[in-house]
Design a binder for this molecule. Structure first.
Ligand code: HSE
Length: 311
């Protein structure tokens, strides 16, 4: 059978990780997918020193890649809203399937994107957009398909959790830990998205849409970040038997579905309170199954690359 031809747009942290995993695990992936996957082209403004792209077709024109008749799947890893939207819509218009890790794009423009994809009978896969390497979209959509989801709550921003953990365990200063999160490739290009809760609100919007079968409604989320948390807050919480965790919470209420993202005091003994560093965890309550918990790395090149092809 002919290989599936993939075009990777963006060769930053996640793009580079995706390229490397696709090349390194090509045989495993082909065995599972039933067809081999070939990186037919890479579109990026710059090279990534972590990737050996010699011998691969390289361009800086992402839109040309989205129109290229030789490409079956466009992998959007450039991030941001507008160029990414145009790229994805162009790819769909040209009958290509799309894989994206872009939570901002899905949360804000997802309704329009899925309508276009439906019309063209192509798939837009976005597993890597929420909680890095945790296959949470697949778990809710398929694993819990028989359930009515009552509520979900989770730590869904790795950078924020890394900052809160380092402040508590090592007494480090907020800005110092944020700089490390940026160097490790955890933080968004604009880290305000991480520390002001916007990234978590994007992810919560997506989770709620999948869990309850509702349109994406990012503007309805209450959004508060961790930037006002002081070392004293962290210490007092600890003395009182609590941890401060930045949570995304969504549940059915009498008024409708609630979406909120904010720092939360949770008892030290709970599982969520012990999710540390860049790890994410999401509790999902279904009417048939009860509570389930999903845990794993929430950010970083290869953990995110690990999730990209799940549909
Ligand atoms: N900046 C994001 C985070 C990356 O820290 O969770 C993964 O979505």
């Amino acid at each position: 059978m002919k290989p599936v031809k993939v075009g990777i747009c963006g060769l930053g942290t996640v793009g580079g990780g995706t390229f490397n995993v696709l090349i390194r695990n090509a045989d495993e992936i082909a065995r599972r997918a039933g067809r081999s996957i070939e990186v037919a082209a890479i579109a990026s403004r710059r090279e990534n020193s972590a990737c050996d792209t010699s011998g691969f077709t390289f361009t800086n024109d992402v839109m040309a890649l989205a129109r290229d008749p030789d490409i079956d799947i466009v992998v959007e890893l450039i991030g941001g809203y507008e160029v990414a939207r145009e790229l994805v819509m162009t790819a769909i218009e040209h009958g290509k399937h799309v894989v994206t890790a872009n939570k901002a794009l899905i949360a804000v423009h997802g309704n329009e994107i899925f309508a276009a994809a439906n019309e063209k009978n192509v798939v837009v896969a976005f597993e890597a957009a929420v909680a890095g390497g945790i296959p949470i979209i697949k778990a809710i959509r398929e694993g819990l398909a028989a359930n009515k989801i009552n509520w979900l709550a989770g730590i869904i921003n790795g950078t924020g959790n890394f900052i809160m953990t380092e402040m508590r365990e090592k007494g480090r200063a907020f800005n110092d830990v944020l700089a490390e999160a940026q160097a490790l490739g955890y933080a968004e290009a604009d880290p305000t998205f991480d520390v002001e809760g916007i990234d978590a609100a994007h992810k919560l919007t997506i989770l709620a849409s999948i869990a309850y079968g509702i349109p994406l409604q990012f503007d309805k989320s209450y959004t508060e970040g961790i930037s006002k948390i002081t070392p004293e807050d962290v210490q007092y919480a600890e003395e009182l038997g609590y941890r401060i965790k930045h949570l995304g919470i969504s549940r059915h209420t009498e008024q409708g579905i609630e979406l909120r993202v904010h720092p939360t005091l949770i008892p030290k003994s709970t599982l969520l309170a012990n999710v540390n560093g860049v790890m994410n965890a999401i509790l999902v309550s279904g009417d048939a199954v009860g509570q389930t918990l999903y845990y794993g790395p929430g950010a970083g090149a290869e953990p995110t690359a690990s999730a990209w092809w799940l549909i």
